[in-house]
Design a binder for this molecule. Structure first.
Ligand code: PEP
Ligand code: MG
Length: 580
């Protein structure tokens, strides 16, 4: 049995067979194929060689055109090597006779070739090693890429173990078959983690390298509460986790009875619990979990799930679906929060060394006004179909907000001229997720209708900790007093100017913080639908006075660890049976 500690990003327990996806660094573990899969795998190898050949031929053509034939010759050499009969025979022999997977066969054979060149005298021959590695990488990318497509076509239950999953790959996982996943890299606030929560499947990220220790089909346990992954579990551990799984399920069933009840505290203060969604289809979950509306619609996921740029009509169709399905309850549509952090494949400038401080989110929209207008027009058009509100992300200065509002006013004028209907009084708000916005919040109050605190980004910008980096994940915590004081300040300023304020960061989906947030004055939260029932359960079990005392005591503490310990004590005092 082997235990790995990672970062818990989506709660729950999953037990099942592993489906392994190796990393881009291509350390390919030895894996054997079932006898009846050999022909299919040989075909997969053939397809990968053909695809790699086509790709190189295309590049050869482009380079020849731009730089001349002498520079394109290198691609001809690669194509020759890739289609070499001897190489092909060796690969096929390994798959056929030894039942190696094509990935492992490619890695084995080409690494042996590289070793031969390494031992040869002379810089020219030694240089050929790079060519061999290049061919290996290219072939593996095609082979692994194909395997990644399998992710969307699963037919049996698995636990996905991968080096990394992009947010869109995660979004395409089918929770019916993917019971949970683990990635070697990734941090607590990464969008992959957020999507896992939305899917409601247990997930652990940032375990560090382990994929070479596990083969497809082996039994694995994912403990999404503790951030643990257990490989080759013994019988006793399996029995314990099976019991825990049943407990989780029965707690979830118990909470279902709260669905149609309001999130009122014991002293009858109404708390609004809205839902965070990424895709229109999630409106079903909003209804199932009893959400009071959509407090954050991350519209950028439309881009993450499309191969081509969405048109105004694509935007409109998605927004219309959400607005109509939510039947008059509020729907806060956040304008595009795109950047290299969410789109790993995005073309970025050479200077974009830190995407979180770079051209992302509202900054990207303000630089690409046409793209921004297309989206604004679509949101405005959908605004007549429901209770639609519009929110700008990552506002850090007043000028930025004013610029965004000006483009919005332009889009309105444009629709007006064309006689297209929209809600002229649409509420406009902003995310509060950069410390500068909180410092200037008393100036923002006259320029927006509402605020929403984005703790996922706020934590990273206050503490200077990358939300997606496992190496600093221990420093990324909503419980840091500096974060809590900023939240307190934001709520106080908004309240004193009677501007509505909510929170939509992951912090408010964690019941550990519910009493503290109510005590700080928050009355509206937007969270992953799956977490609404348990947060509602806490709200319905406490009084505001009790929460105010908790908040006061929390603010006396000076570090995140003490804050968490204290909040855990308070919560278990109120709800002793809560699985945490
Ligand atoms: C946040 O930053 O807290 C937030 C809700 O937005 P996102 O996670 O999409 O950046
Ligand atoms: Mg954010």
């Amino acid at each position: 049995m082997e235990r790995l500690q990672g970062i818990a990003v989506s709660p729950g327990v999953a037990i099942g067979e592993a489906l392994v996806f190796d990393n881009e660094g291509f350390r390919i573990p030895r894996r054997f194929l079932p006898r009846d899969a050999v022909e299919e795998e040989l075909e997969r190898l053939d397809n990968a060689i053909q695809a790699a050949t086509r790709e190189m031929d295309h590049r050869r053509g482009r380079v020849a055109e731009q730089l001349g034939d002498q520079y394109a010759a290198i691609f001809s050499v690669h194509i020759q090597m890739l289609n070499d009969r001897r190489l092909r025979d060796e690969l096929e022999e390994m798959i056929h006779q030894r039942h190696y997977s094509p990935e492992y066969a490619v890695s084995r054979v080409l690494r042996r070739y590289a070793k031969v060149f390494e031992s040869l005298e002379g810089p020219y021959l030694r240089e050929r090693i790079h060519d061999i590695f290049d061919i290996e990488k290219r072939l593996l990318r095609h082979l692994l890429g194909e395997r990644r497509e399998e992710l969307a076509q699963l037919t049996s239950e698995v636990l996905v173990l991968a080096h990394n999953l992009t947010p869109s790959e995660t979004a395409n996982l089918n929770p019916k078959f993917v019971l949970g996943f683990v990635t070697e890299i990734g941090g607590p606030g990464s969008h992959t983690a957020i999507v896992a929560e939305a899917l409601g499947i247990p997930a652990v990220v940032g375990t560090g390298p382990f994929l070479t220790d596990v083969s497809g089909g082996e039994m694995v346990i994912i403990d999404g509460d503790q951030g643990l992954v257990i490989l080759h579990p013994d019988e006793e551990t399996l029995a314990r986790y099976r019991h825990e799984l049943v407990e989780h399920q029965s707690y979830a069933v118990k909470l279902e009875s709260l669905r149609d009840l309001p999130a009122d505290t014991t002293d009858t203060t109404r708390i609004e619990l809205m839902a965070n969604i990424e895709f229109p289809t999630e409106v079903n979950q909003c209804a199932e979990r009893g959400a009071n509306g959509v407090g954050l619609y991350r519209t950028e996921f439309l881009y993450l799930s499309c191969d081509t740029e969405p048109s105004e009509e694509d935007h409109y169709q998605a927004y219309a679906q959400v607005a109509q399905a939510m039947a008059g309850t509020p729907v806060v549509m956040r304008t595009l929060d795109l950047g290299a952090d969410k789109m790993p494949g995005m073309q970025v400038s050479e200077d974009e060394r830190n995407p979180f401080l770079g051209l992302r989110s509202i900054r990207l929209s303000l630089r690409n006004v046409e793209l921004f207008r297309i989206q604004l027009r679509a949101i405005l058009r959908a605004s007549v179909l429901g209770n639609v509100r519009l929110m700008f992300p990552l506002i850090s200065t007043l000028m930025e907000l004013r610029q965004a509002r000006m483009i919005l006013a332009d889009a309105m004028e444009d629709l007006e001229e064309k006689g297209i209907a929209f809600d002229r009084n649409i509420q406009v708000g902003m995310m509060v997720e950069v410390p500068s916005a909180i410092m200037m919040l008393d100036r923002f109050v006259t320029e927006v209708d509402f605020f929403s605190i984005g703790t996922n980004d706020l934590i990273q910008y206050v503490l200077a900790v990358d939300r997606g980096n496992k190496d600093v994940a221990n420093l990324y915590s909503a419980a840091e007093p500096a974060v809590l004081w900023l939240i307190k300040r934001a709520i106080e300023i908004a309240d004193s100017h009677q501007v509505a304020i909510s929170m939509c960061g992951q912090m408010c989906g964690n019941p550990l913080y519910t009493m503290l947030l109510l005590g700080l004055g928050l009355r509206s939260m937007s969270l992953t639908p799956a977490h609404i029932p348990e947060v509602k359960h806490v709200c319905r079990s406490v009084s505001i006075e009790q929460c105010q005392q908790v908040a006061e005591r929390t603010l006396l503490l000076d570090n995140a660890r003490d804050v968490k310990t204290y909040l855990k004590e308070e919560l278990t005092g109120v709800l002793p049976g809560l699985p945490m």
